[in-house]
Design a protein around this ligand. Structure first.
Ligand SMILES: [Zn+2]
Length: 454
């Protein structure tokens, strides 16, 4: 009896504490409004920015616009030299079938430093690029991802207003607009793999938004006030719970988990920038309102955005970020054994899979090579940037989760095994050479490849 009472009062205390925390956010959430979102998006998705193709003149105008907005609201630069830009050179083929080339571009980054735990980071992302101009038609990308971009500007402003009233976040909040998403998540990959300005091990969560301004025509339930959430419970059940709580105690909209499955055939979990954080074990939430007939069409324009919904969804993300940033403890991770059933080959073994593979029944040849001790896979002629890093799932077995393909090397051991034998005569290490067959499984189809002779 006593024990139950104690548990009950602890629960009430916790309830009160966390509600109080969100209650403090309401006033600032109100600064996120349709009018401001619309004002930004009319400019951001205008013809002047020419569809924001990575490295283009139109994209340069877009990043300049973002920088000016952060300066105007007084949110400081997040990069070391304090100009809001994280410059990089990416290598990709500008159009299908054209050779890869080097392109200069940049992420845009700003930060509101935490007042109590500044070394822990909430990283909020959306992609600043889109697909540019094709056949004289501008792809404005109002939803993809103008919607997420302007939402971030409004979230930053709300945190800044709170900070100016002495109510700044306990942990740091980073606003990272990434480039090169449409070329293969390249700007976010640059940040996580090459130059994480803030250490990944101190990154508590990544909240990513990509297309949050429309209504999915295929959604069965027809209430408008919904958002799809993906990834919430994948690495941290606590993140899922905090996200649910942040919604229930404020907007109480529908959080729809229709696509929250890493095996969903649409593979949304792997298709936007949060994936580069998730692959590093960082808990993520991907916010998304679904695809539509204007997806990657010149008709993805600002007049089709549901601004009342964009406002509501942006406020939800602000509340969630606020809740995570101000909690007593950092979000806890699920047990690692639950997530990764990984297998580890030796470096020698991995090296033995390198080479060029050809097939009689498939038009492309593939190169397999080692990069950072990971086996990578790329069509012959593609650049390293376009390669896919393969995960090891068993002896001679690999997969690429992004594309859903699996590779299996049929290892027929040949006779000259290399053995290291101890003095007592027992084998302590055995390494066998392999023959040269690879079986590629994609969408259930198996294709046989042979390795070309060197
Ligand atoms: Zn997108």
């Amino acid at each position: 009896m006593k024990k139950n009472l104690l548990a009950l009062s602890a629960f009430l205390l916790l309830f009160h504490f966390s509600f109080g925390q969100l209650e403090g956010a309401i006033k600032f959430a109100k600064s996120i409004n349709q009018d401001d979102l619309k004002r930004h998006l009319i400019i951001y998705s205008s013809d002047e920015f020419e569809g924001r193709d990575t490295g283009s003149e139109g994209q340069r105008k877009a990043v300049e616009y973002l920088r000016e907005q952060y300066k105007a609201i007084g949110v400081e630069a997040g990069d070391p030299d304090k100009d809001y830009f994280q410059p990089m050179t990416l290598n990709f083929s500008p159009r299908r079938g054209e050779p890869a080339k080097d392109v200069k571009t940049e992420n845009v980054i700003s930060i509101i430093k935490g007042k109590e735990i500044p070394d822990e980071y909430i990283v909020i992302t959306s992609h600043l690029d889109h697909v540019g101009v094709d056949n004289g038609q501008i792809y404005n990308g109002a939803d993809d991802d103008g919607s997420g971009t302007v939402a971030m500007l409004e979230i930053a402003e709300a945190f800044k207003l709170a900070e100016m009233e002495g109510n700044g976040p306990r942990r740091s909040v980073v606003f990272l607009h990434v480039t090169g998403e449409e070329k293969g998540l390249l700007g976010s990959r640059y940040y996580t793999d090459k130059d994480p300005i803030y250490p990944l091990e101190n990154t508590v969560v990544n909240l990513n938004m990509d297309m949050i301004g429309r209504i999915d025509p295929t959604r069965v339930a027809k209430n408008r006030d919904y958002i799809y959430l993906i990834g919430t419970d994948h690495d941290s059940q606590e993140l899922h719970d905090v996200s649910e709580e942040s919604n229930k105690k404020t907007l109480n909209m529908t959080l729809d988990y229709r696509f929250n499955d890493v095996n969903d055939p649409n593979r949304f979990y792997y298709r936007s920038d949060h994936y580069n954080f998730a692959k590093n074990g960082i808990p993520v939430i991907f916010y998304f309102s679904g695809t539509h007939e204007d997806y990657h069409q010149p008709t993805d324009t600002v007049d089709k955005i549901e601004f009342d919904l964009l406002e509501m969804r942006t406020q939800l993300i602000f509340y969630t970020a606020w809740n995570i940033a101000n909690r007593e403890n950092r979000l806890s991770l699920n047990n690692e054994e639950d997530n990764n059933s990984s297998y580890k080959h030796s470096e020698e073994e991995l090296k033995s899979f390198e080479g060029i593979y050809v097939s009689e029944t498939f038009p492309l040849d593939f190169k397999l090579f080692l990069l950072d001790n990971k086996l990578c896979w790329v069509p012959v002629g593609g650049s390293d940037e376009q390669s896919l890093m393969l995960d090891e799932i068993g002896e001679g077995k690999f997969e690429s989760k992004i594309t859903g393909l699996e590779l299996e090397f049929r290892l027929k051991e040949i006779k000259n095994e290399i053995k290291t034998v101890s003095q007592r005569g027992t084998v302590v290490k055995k390494f066998s050479k392999f023959d040269k067959k690879m079986i590629l499984t994609i969408s259930g189809n198996k294709i046989n490849f042979e390795r070309k002779e060197d």
